[in-house]
Design a protein around this ligand. Structure first.
Ligand SMILES: [Mg+2]
Length: 175
């Protein structure tokens, strides 16, 4: 039977974004990685909710970020947060079907992990995330940061406990 998932964006959710040249970017090496604490989300797994990271990393194709660093970082996140899988798009073209806001990575996860998208949530920090998830019928949650206050989404949160409360309430779980 298909199960719900919490899809998680990476930059701005697992780690802080790096402000550089007037924009926010991905960390390029371990020195630039500042983790946000997300351990509290692991509790969702006991209710059969899959945790799945979905991330664009176009700087890999642009040769700005080394893929081996991204692989190491993702191995760390997968182990630390018991993620069911990580989907990463290394391509820079906005036309690529895997690159958010296109739905490719969500559709792949649905197929490979047997996920019920209509019962699932996406936690992100940018409009690209909410558009991609909404296109797949996934409920959108924005983690409020000082750079996303104007964006629209189904829900907003500002701490891990709020996420757990929100999802357990919506799926009628007894957490
Ligand atoms: Mg992000």
């Amino acid at each position: 039977m298909p199960t719900p998932a919490l899809f998680l964006d990476r930059d701005g959710i697992f780690n802080e974004v790096v402000f550089r040249d007037g924009g926010h970017h991905s960390p390029r090496n371990w020195q630039e990685v500042k983790h946000y604490p997300l351990e509290g989300l692991i509790t969702l797994k006991q209710f059969g909710i899959k945790l799945v990271m979905i991330t664009n990393q176009p700087d890999i194709e642009r040769k700005i970020i080394c893929e081996s660093f991204v692989t190491e970082l993702h191995e760390y996140y997968k182990t630390t947060y018991q993620l069911d899988n990580i989907y990463m798009c290394p391509f820079s073209s906005n036309d690529h079907p895997l690159k958010k806001p296109n739905p490719g990575m969500f559709l792949l996860a649905k197929k490979e992990l047997n996920i019920d998208l209509s019962q699932s949530f996406h936690l992100g920090d940018t409009e690209r995330d909410t558009i991609a998830a909404a296109r797949c019928g996934i409920s959108t949650i924005l983690w409020t940061r000082n750079y996303n206050k104007e964006l629209k989404s189904d829900f907003r949160v500002s701490c891990v406990q709020e996420i757990v409360d929100l999802i357990s309430r919506r799926l009628y779980l007894r957490v």
